[in-house]
Ligand binder design. Structure first.
Ligand code: DC
Length: 227
């Protein structure tokens, strides 16, 4: 069967990673969560005090970029690859609301994007990959055989994200999460470098009213048409 590249883009908490993981598992493809990479750089930058909610020392971050080594290590038990920064597993640390509050500022920095996009393109050079993010179908793999653009209302997305954070024992309110979702939507769609937009040839899925299974079957049909 022909191996293809699957690009899944969309707003935060639209369930991109759930769909991407399901597809990768079913097809035996590699799954790459590019949001984790932006979050990992952000976590590193927060620890070095380069970034906080209302401040970014872009110059210091850019200077330190060559020292940030990102790696994914597949965890057999969890069934997905965990994010490591300079040899340390940061998979849990990068999912906090604190990191979510700083990540859009870091993702706006062109030098950060250039570094991460190059490494994403390298990971996908042999195809058989499902990658999710904001610029996969537009910048990272403009020639991807299948491009999906996912959307749903900010309220639906905030509810999902809130449930996830509570499940992980984090102390957050629904209003805080909704505000963060809306702020990230704004920054992600308005930044100068690689703003979140639907590629012309992407297929849009609004999953507000679809179950995970319905969504998976819909996309699987699209994959089967292409392989
Ligand atoms: O998918 P996520 O919510 O974990 O992504 C975190 C942030 O990273 C998101 O607010 C925007 C940024 N991002 C990006 O700019 N480009 C990508 N390809 C992936 C994520």
């Amino acid at each position: 069967m022909k191996k293809i590249t699957i690009a899944i883009d969309g707003f935060s908490s639209t369930g991109k990673s759930t769909l991407a993981k399901q597809l990768a598992k079913h097809l035996g493809y590699v799954y790459v969560d590019t949001g984790a990479m932006y979050r990992a750089v952000t976590f590193y930058a927060m620890q070095k005090d380069y970034v906080s909610e209302n401040h970014l020392n872009k110059e210091a971050l850019v200077k330190d970029l060559p020292n940030i080594k990102l790696e994914f290590h597949f965890n057999e038990t969890l069934g997905f690859a965990e994010m490591f920064v300079n040899g340390t597993n940061v998979e849990n640390e990068i999912r906090t609301l604190d990191v979510s509050r700083c990540v859009s500022q870091v993702a706006e920095v062109s030098e950060v994007r250039t570094k991460l996009v190059a490494s994403q393109q390298e990971m996908g050079k042999n195809k058989a990959i499902v990658m999710d993010g904001r610029d996969i179908g537009t910048v990272v793999f403009p020639d991807a055989e299948l491009k999906i653009f996912m959307n749903s209302s900010a309220q639906t997305r905030a509810e999902r994200r809130f449930d996830e954070l509570i499940e992980k024992g984090q102390n957050v309110t629904y209003e805080e999460v909704l505000q963060n979702v809306q702020e990230r939507d704004y920054i992600d769609t308005h930044r100068e470098d690689s703003p979140l937009i639907k590629a012309d040839d992407a297929i849009e899925i609004d999953n507000s009213t679809l179950t995970k299974e319905e969504q998976f079957n819909l996309v699987l049909k699209l994959v089967e048409e292409r392989v």
